[in-house]
Design a protein around this ligand. Structure first.
Ligand code: C5P
Length: 222
């Protein structure tokens, strides 16, 4: 059996997109397969952590050995996350929709001939990472993600400060990288100590290496 450096530790991981309803049949969402977040939840569990994965709607199975809570919207995700505090570790990987529809319709919006399309009025969603990063039950280690298509490092640093995270895992999701929905990832870990540039590897490998790095950090703070 492999060593379990995270035995006795608890972790919350968010993964996948959120769906923000327009009406009972329509929604807006971000693109996210959940592959990276699910892999991280599994990797933390492999190292012995008790993991609560809070997942938006995804097409992949729940990871083995992980307690998984399924949610739809950002507000539901926030509820599930705050309910599972306190925890030692939080890794917020979900691609949460920044906005939801203000005044969603209880009934399916009908398309009437000759009428112009209905406007969508948006309102801001809660920022789950930021809430956790500033919570009075803040986990000792809070890790966020930053998917960017430009100014990767500057944007990641801004998020580190604003959201109260210890590390931001930044990746370039420009369409030409194939990272979005793909099996590989190339990340940079931005922290208050500097930046680590990891080589291109598959999402499982990123997850295992990140889980190891988390175990080392948690161990150092014991
Ligand atoms: O601001 P941005 O969406 O780029 O930040 C990305 C990081 O913040 C990710 O860790 C994501 O899971 C988290 N986030 C969140 N709640 C939001 C928006 C982002 O937890 N409403």
């Amino acid at each position: 059996d492999r060593p379990k450096p995270l035995a006795g530790k608890t972790a919350i991981v968010t993964s996948g997109p959120t769906h923000e309803p327009i009406d009972p049949v329509r929604y807006i969402a971000n693109r996210s397969s959940g592959k990276q977040g699910h892999a991280i939840a599994a990797a933390l569990a492999e190292l012995g952590a008790a993991v609560n994965l809070v997942s938006g709607p995804v097409a992949i199975p729940d990871p083995v050995g992980v307690e998984t809570t399924h949610v739809e919207s950002a507000r539901d995700m926030l509820d599930a996350v705050t309910k599972s505090l306190p925890a030692d570790i939080a890794v917020m990987v979900a691609a949460v929709a920044d906005w939801r529809v203000d005044g969603q319709s209880d009934q399916k919006i009908k398309k009437a001939p000759g009428e112009s399309p209905p406007p969508l009025l948006l309102t801001e969603n809660p920022d789950i990472l930021k809430t956790v990063g500033h919570h009075d039950k803040r986990p000792k280690l809070v890790v966020g993600f930053a998917a960017e298509t430009q100014n990767l490092e500057d944007n990641a640093r801004g998020k580190l400060e604003r959201k109260g995270a210890d590390w931001i895992v930044a990746n370039d999701v420009s369409p030409e990288t194939g990272i979005m929905g793909g099996d590989r990832n190339r990340v940079r870990i931005v922290s208050h100590d500097g930046v680590e540039d990891w080589e291109d590897m598959d999402k499982q490998a990123v997850a295992r290496r990140l889980a190891q790095k988390i175990a080392t950090a948690v161990d150092a703070s014991r």
